[in-house]
Write a protein that binds this ligand. Structure first.
Ligand code: SF4
Ligand code: SF4
Ligand code: SF4
Length: 250
């Protein structure tokens, strides 16, 4: 098993603040992430069988869609999801080889692919489903917070941000030090305020989400059947509960 580094309360916490109100579900962040992390050459985005019956691949960022509705309004909410770089990252502590680790200096959670034996334990420990096994090379993949961009002195300073942040046309993704209350990311997270998915599990995710604002009522909406209202647990249940508060059944 692998230890988490000792980190002070005020340690640097690099992460993302994602605004669910402005995300339009365009998937530009997904494509940009995949291209930066496993691309670099003209190729299909899927890693295996790109032209076969079952193309597959490991994506470090995915956008999920949820529909929320009551008698008077309805809305589709897009929920981009990648590793949340938790402070209490159990994907690290379950790792038998030390491949999964958290950096002391900035809190980024990474996988050392040379040490990964592909056992999958970390994916089971992640309540957000943010890790994916690479079907081609058999090692675990996850968001790196674009560590090879944000510290890269060969990139112009204005572009030393995660590829997904640079690509987002809606300005829904914000990168910064969430351990510094004066950073623009922290100030943004404090404004609405930001949500911490599955906060009661005490994983203490660094990434934060700004919940969608309440929709204006429209009269033409036909309510959708709730998908997961009763007894739904885990990450999907958390999202459903959050959206239900936003748009309660009439
Ligand atoms: S899949 Fe790799 S990173 Fe994950 S727990 Fe196993 S060895 Fe560690
Ligand atoms: S920070 Fe980088 S690795 Fe993480 S989701 Fe964004 S583009 Fe992908
Ligand atoms: S690029 Fe921005 S708007 Fe498009 S899906 Fe990603 S977060 Fe949402």
């Amino acid at each position: 098993m692998t230890s988490l580094p000792k980190r002070s309360k005020n340690a640097k916490k690099l992460g993302l603040v994602i605004d669910l109100d402005t995300c339009v579900g365009c998937h530009a962040c997904v494509v940009s992430c995949k291209e930066w992390n496993t691309g670099g050459y003209p190729a299909p985005l899927s890693d295996a069988q790109p032209y076969g019956r079952e193309p597959s691949g490991a994506f470090l960022n995915r956008v999920h869609s949820y529909e929320t509705a009551n008698e008077t309004s309805q809305r589709t909410v897009y929920f981009p999801k990648s590793c949340l770089h938790c402070e209490n990252a159990q994907c690290v502590t379950v790792c038998p080889t030390g491949a999964s680790y958290k950096r002391a200096e900035d809190g980024i959670v990474l996988v050392d692919e040379d040490l990964c034996i592909g056992c999958g334990l970390c994916a089971w420990a992640c309540p957000y489903g943010a890790r994916e096994m690479d079907p081609v090379v058999g090692v675990m993949k996850k968001c790196t917070l674009c560590i090879d961009r944000i510290y890269n002195e060969n990139i112009p300073p204005a572009e030393r941000r995660p590829a997904c942040v640079n690509a987002c046309p809606a300005g829904a993704r914000h990168f910064g030090d969430l351990g510094d209350p004066e950073s623009s990311a922290s100030k943004l997270a404090a404004q609405r305020p930001a949500q911490e998915p599955l906060g009661d599990l005490d994983y203490r995710p660094t990434n934060k989400y700004l919940a969608p604002r309440k929709p204006k009522s429209v009269t033409s909406a036909k309510p959708l059947e709730p998908v997961n209202r009763d007894g739904g647990g885990g990450f999907i249940g958390w999202v459903d509960a959050m959206l239900s508060k936003l748009n309660p059944p009439a």
